[in-house]
Design a protein around this ligand. Structure first.
Ligand SMILES: Nc1ncnc2c1ncn2[C@@H]1O[C@H](COP(=O)(O)OP(=O)(O)OP(=O)(O)O)[C@@H](O)[C@H]1O
Length: 347
C-alpha cells in the first residue's frame, strides 16, 4: 500500500511542531519545526541516530508529549489541544508496540492480548473470540495459555503486536519494535507488521535506527537529525537516487552503496580507469549497455555496489572502473546515462 500523494487522506499531520525540554542554557530542542503527514494505509518510517528526536515525535502522536509550539492532528482531532477525556478516546484508536515488549508477566499470552479489550469493556465472549482471531493472525494460537517468559523474543513481540491490534485501531505506532531482536527474528516481526498493514489496512508509523526496518516495510521515510527532518520521501526514490553535492545522503551513507574515500583509495591502487557510479533502477537497460562495452572499445570492471530491495522494488548502485580511449569512454558514459543516472566518483 502506498496511497501517499500529499494530503490524500492524512491520518496524522504535524504542522511546524517544536518540542523543547528544559529552560535557558540547558534547553534541548528535541523536535525542531517538523511538518509531515501520514496518509491512511501507509507505513511511514522515521529513522535517525539516538537522540535525534524520534521518540519525542512518536509520543506526540498519542498525546504523551505536547508540542512547545505548532500542532499535531490525529484522526481529525488536534491531539495537542485535547482534554484528557477526549484524548483517551483518540488513544483507543492507536495501538503501540514497544522495543521491550512491555508484556504483563503475570498474565498468559491470551490475557495479555485481551487486556486492552477488558479495559475497553468488551463482553467476555467477544473478547475470547477476538483474542483467538488475533493469536491465529500472529501464529501463536497454540501458546494462548503460556506465560511470556516461556516465549522467545520474536514470539513476545508477536504477542505485543496482537495486543496492539486487539481493539482494531486505525494507527499502529512501532517504537524500535525490532531493536531487541536478532536478524532472523527481526525479519519475522517485520513480515508480520507488513501483513497487518496489507491485510488489515492499518496505518503504521515506525521509528527506528535500523535501515533494514525502513527498507522492509516503509512506503515513505523521514530522516531525523538533531530534531529536524533532513531528508524525506518515498523509500524507493530515496534509496535508489544517487544524490549530488557535498552532502552525502544519510540513507546512502548508511547503506554503504557508494565507495567511501577509503574504498576509492583501495580501488585506485589497482585501476586508473574512470570511476562512475550508475543507478540500477532499470537494471536490464544498464546490463544491456554494459554488454556493448566491447563494441565501444571500452573495458569495465565492477568495483563496488550491488542490488537491494525495498517494499516496492529492487534498486542498486554499481560503481565501475572504465578503461579505454577517453573519447570512447566519454561516449560510453553517454550511453550509460541513458540507461541509469550516472555520477562521477571523485576522491
Ligand atoms: N523528558 C525529557 N526531558 C529532557 N530531555 C529530553 C526528554 N525527552 C527527550 N529529551 C532529549 O531530547 C532529545 C531527543 O530525544 P529522543 O528520545 O526523542 O530521541 P530518539 O531519537 O528517540 O533517541 P533514542 O533512540 O535514544 O530514544 C535528546 O537530547 C534527549 O535527551
Amino acid at each position: 500500500m502506498s496511497g501517499s500523494a500529499a494530503g490524500a487522506d492524512p491520518l496524522i499531520e504535524f504542522r511546524h511542531v517544536t518540542r523543547r525540554f528544559g529552560k535557558g542554557e540547558k534547553a534541548v530542542t528535541a523536535v525542531d519545526d517538523v511538518s509531515l503527514h501520514v496518509d491512511r494505509g501507509e507505513v511511514y518510517g522515521v529513522i535517525g541516530f539516538s537522540g535525534a528526536g524520534k521518540s519525542t515525535l512518536i509520543r506526540m502522536i498519542n498525546g504523551l508529549e505536547k508540542p512547545t509550539s505548532g500542532s499535531v492532528h490525529v484522526l481529525g482531532e488536534e491531539i495537542s489541544a485535547l482534554s484528557e477525556g477526549r484524548l483517551s478516546k483518540v488513544r483507543s484508536r492507536i495501538g503501540m508496540v514497544f522495543q521491550q515488549f512491555n508484556l504483563f508477566h503475570s498474565r498468559t499470552v491470551a490475557g495479555n492480548v485481551g487486556y486492552p479489550l477488558k479495559v475497553a469493556r468488551w463482553k467476555k465472549a467477544d473478547r475470547q473470540a477476538r483474542v483467538f482471531e488475533l493469536l491465529e493472525f500472529v501464529g501463536l494460537a497454540d501458546k494462548a495459555d503460556q506465560h511470556p517468559e516461556e516465549l522467545s523474543g520474536g514470539q513476545k513481540q508477536r504477542v505485543g503486536i496482537a495486543r496492539a491490534l486487539a481493539a482494531k485501531p486505525d494507527i499502529l505506532l512501532a517504537d524500535e519494535s525490532t531493536s531487541a531482536l536478532d536478524p532472523s527474528t527481526t525479519a519475522e516481526v517485520l513480515a508480520l507488521l507488513r501483513r497487518a498493514n496489507e491485510e488489515l489496512g492499518i496505518t503504521i508509523v515506525a521509528i527506528t535506527h535500523e535501515m533494514e526496518v525502513i527498507r522492509a516495510i516503509a512506503d515513505r521515510v523521514a530522516v531525523m537529525d538533531r530534531g529536524r527532518i533532513v531528508e524525506s520521501g518515498h523509500v524507493y526514490d530515496i534509496f535508489s537516487n544517487p544524490r549530488d553535492g557535498e552532502e552525502a545522503s544519510f540513507v546512502g551513507a548508511a547503506l554503504k552503496d557508494r565507495p567511501s574515500p577509503e574504498d576509492v583509495l583501495r580501488i585506485r591502487q589497482h585501476t586508473s580507469g574512470r570511476l562512475v557510479t550508475v543507478s540500477l533502477k532499470d537494471s536490464v537497460a544498464v546490463g544491456s549497455v554494459l554488454g556493448q562495452a566491447g563494441q565501444h572499445g571500452v573495458g569495465f570492471e565492477i568495483v563496488h555496489g550491488g542490488m537491494n530491495t525495498t517494499k516496492d522494488a529492487a534498486y542498486g548502485l554499481l560503481t565501475l572502473a572504465l578503461t579505454g580511449e577517453s573519447d570512447a569512454v566519454e561516449q560510453f558514459v553517454g550511453a550509460l546515462s541513458a540507461a541509469g543516472a550516472v555520477q562521477e566518483v571523485v576522491a
